[in-house]
Design a protein around this ligand. Sequence first.
Ligand SMILES: CC(C)(COP(=O)(O)OP(=O)(O)OC[C@H]1O[C@@H](n2cnc3c(N)ncnc32)[C@H](O)[C@@H]1OP(=O)(O)O)[C@@H](O)C(=O)NCCC(=O)NCCS
Length: 197
Amino acid sequence: MSTPVKAPLYKETALGGRLTPFKGVWPKVDSSSYVFHGAQVVGDVEIGADSSVWHNCVLRGDVNYIKIGKRSNIQDGTVIHVSTHTYPTIIGDDVLVAHMAMLHGCTLHNNAFVGIGAIVMDDTHIMEDGMLAAGAMLTTGKTVGSGELWTGQPAKFRRKLTEKEIAKNRSMAEHYRKIAEQHRIDSVGGVAEAPYP
Ligand SMILES: CC(C)(COP(=O)(O)OP(=O)(O)OC[C@H]1O[C@@H](n2cnc3c(N)ncnc32)[C@H](O)[C@@H]1OP(=O)(O)O)[C@@H](O)C(=O)NCCC(=O)NCCS
């Protein structure tokens, strides 16, 4: 017989994101990270320093774990899940995951870029500075190489990114960190010394 629970267990982050345990394991969220209201973070999920999880994301670390490094951003409405016992979802540092992406059992290396609405399936990798275009579907087992652009459903290699594009993609991760900080200041009615953007 399971123990009766009076009310569902959860904690709120400073920005109103909801953290829920699974099998007694709580998400580990760095105090400098930004988990905004509407975000649901469940179970074995680690979120590193200065990373942001935007409104209405779902990160469900129940049947495997999710790990996010530093200064990465997971934009609004993105869903992250994992594969039972086989593939966790691992996200490195300075990674950009745009709005409404679906990540499942994949590894995004440092400075990877996932476009708006893209789907990233099990056992896939996006290597450093690799880019998956908006609306693409990276199918099981595929790897986007370092500095490559893949597009379409199923996603295929399209071309190498230029140095300028790589620099732009990298700057977007920093841009998101700064917007997150502006939102944090606004959430407590503060006024930034240098409002951004
Ligand atoms: C891929 C992307 C960078 C455009 O690349 P591009 O090379 O400038 O694209 P172009 O407009 O020159 O098109 C080149 C070809 O790629 C195709 N293409 C461009 N974007 C595509 C996409 N997202 N999916 C599929 N095909 C795409 C074009 O149809 C064109 O095909 P053709 O050569 O057969 O005519 C852009 O579409 C994209 O996905 N950007 C990411 C936006 C995003 O998610 N931002 C996050 C903001 S927080």
